[in-house]
Design a protein around this ligand. Structure first.
Ligand code: EPU
Length: 433
């Protein structure tokens, strides 16, 4: 079993360069299905979720070639219907559901395995389905076969109003809408930077999408997308994770290849906690002068504070001065990692969507589990600050979303190693976020 071993207590110093945005890449790669020609993508994060998507596209008959580090050429021109996306890789990751929108937009029909088995309870896709149906698709969810079939005799112009703000539904409906001969208006759309990035990618390939980044997106579909070159946006959450790493472990870190505007809610909360933030053109310097102060946080859709930074901040606040309250506004169960932090001496209590943290002087090393991607990286951050040795298990969750984490942290002075103790990993039912 592969795991991280961290000897804590080393402040971080130096420069770290952020990779391409995972949540953009996992939308853009399925979006290449809509393009009738070669797409060259730069700044692609080399993470396991991206490699899974490449495997899925290759199984459809697409050409995927690595031109150089982080640069790939994808050509889906030769794809032919019907395409069934039900490989094991599809069920391992959440973002494979973007294949529904992309295949529907290109061929008017999609059959795609449900992500992570049939768990419709906690993270439903009803808004995606509502959007596809508004465009005239008939959508059937087969819980026995664990797949979604969306089919149409021709998608039609529509106005789609989402009942809740959903990143995934906004992207998925935008993808299908590219194949509609006419206008699709998406109202109450999510506004995250990666939604703008995916729209920019599609526009660079020949689409006509306006309003991404606001809550009304207009897609004038039916144009042929012919290919081109596009650079994936830097990863807001990876950048935020290294900013918090400096705040947790101490030291001074320049986080490069960021768009400071996208970091505003994260920078503001770090400053509120007394952490030094200096914004340059495409980098942010983070300095820890003192123990962080207590703060309260509520997660919200962009431009609010991101849920994907919630576990990292919780970890920082375990050693802050005073009591902090975090309210999770997006998911019902995103505090599962609290039990792991308690093993390290944290005082953290969870009641529903609220978590209360009483800062302690010092965390202590322990054997902890990565419950999911962001919770997992937060265990690494905790290990950097802890006294003694921390072992982080189930690191495949972390490797889904952080390129070169060990190398990047070691370059900053952290004492972290990835080891394989030869013990098989236990079965882990969690799916990619
Ligand atoms: N929701 C519904 N119905 C739907 C869709 C969503 O009820 O049809 C609910 C969800 O259950 C959740 C809320 O709406 O409570 C927001 O979900 P959203 O659809 O916005 O999330 P997502 O698209 O499933 C993406 C990211 C997540 C990130 C969220 C929120 C990808 C692949 N995943 O998920 O990323 O937390 O947006 O910003 O883009 C991560 O990177 O660690 C991660 C979890």
């Amino acid at each position: 079993m592969e795991k991280f071993i961290i000897h804590g207590g080393h402040p971080l110093e130096g420069v770290v360069t952020v990779s391409g945005c995972k949540n953009s890449a996992v939308g853009i790669i399925p979006a290449t299905v809509l393009v009738n020609g070669p797409c060259i993508l730069d700044n692609v994060p080399e993470i396991s979720d991206v490699f899974l998507l490449f495997d899925i596209l290759r199984s459809f008959g697409a050409e995927v070639t690595r031109l150089e580090k982080s640069t790939y050429r994808i050509n889906c021109a030769s794809l032919k219907a019907p395409i069934v996306a039900d490989q094991p890789a599809v069920r391992k990751m959440r973002a494979s559901y973007y294949l529904i929108g992309a295949l529907l937009g290109r061929f008017g029909k999609a059959k795609v395995g449900l992500p992570g088995g049939c768990d419709f309870g906690s993270r439903p896709i009803d808004q995606h389905i509502k959007g596809f149906e508004s465009m005239g698709a008939k959508v059937t969810v087969d819980l026995d076969e664990c797949n979604v079939v969306a089919e149409s005799d021709g998608l039609k112009p529509a106005s789609v109003y989402f009942d809740i703000v959903s990143v995934g539904a906004t992207i998925n409906v935008m993808l299908a809408a590219v194949g509609v001969p006419g206008r699709v208006t998406i109202e109450n759309a999510a506004k995250e930077p990666h939604i703008v990035d995916i729209a920019n990618f599609l526009n660079a390939m020949g689409a006509d999408i306006k309003g991404a980044g606001t809550n009304v997106i207009r897609v004038n579909g039916g144009r042929e997308l012919r290919g081109g070159r596009y650079e994936v946006l830097p990863d807001q959450i990876e950048a935020g994770t290294y900013m918090v790493a400096a705040a947790v472990a101490g030291g001074r870190v320049e986080v490069r290849n960021v768009i400071p505007k996208h970091m505003e809610s994260i920078s503001a909360k770090l400053e509120e906690a007394g952490i030094g933030i200096e914004e340059l053109d495409d980098s942010i310097i983070v300095t820890r002068f003192d123990r962080p102060s207590r703060i309260n946080i509520k997660t919200q859709p962009y431009p609010g504070f991101p849920t994907d930074m919630q576990p990292q901040f919780a970890t920082m606040l375990t050693t802050s001065a005073g009591t902090s309250v975090i309210t999770e506004g997006i998911y019902n169960q995103r505090f599962r990692y609290a039990a792991e932090l308690r093993k390290m001496g944290a005082k953290i209590e969870v009641d529903g969507n609220v978590c209360v943290i009483d800062g302690v002087d010092q965390l202590k090393g322990a054997k902890v589990r990565a419950c999911d991607l962001r919770a997992g990286v937060s265990m690494v951050l905790a290990g950097l600050a802890a006294e003694g040795t921390t072992e982080v298990l189930d690191i495949h969750h972390i490797e889904r979303g952080y390129e070169g984490l060990v190398d990047k942290l070691r370059a900053l002075g952290a004492d972290i190693d990835k080891v394989d103790d030869g013990v098989p990993a236990s079965y882990s039912p969690e799916i990619s976020q």
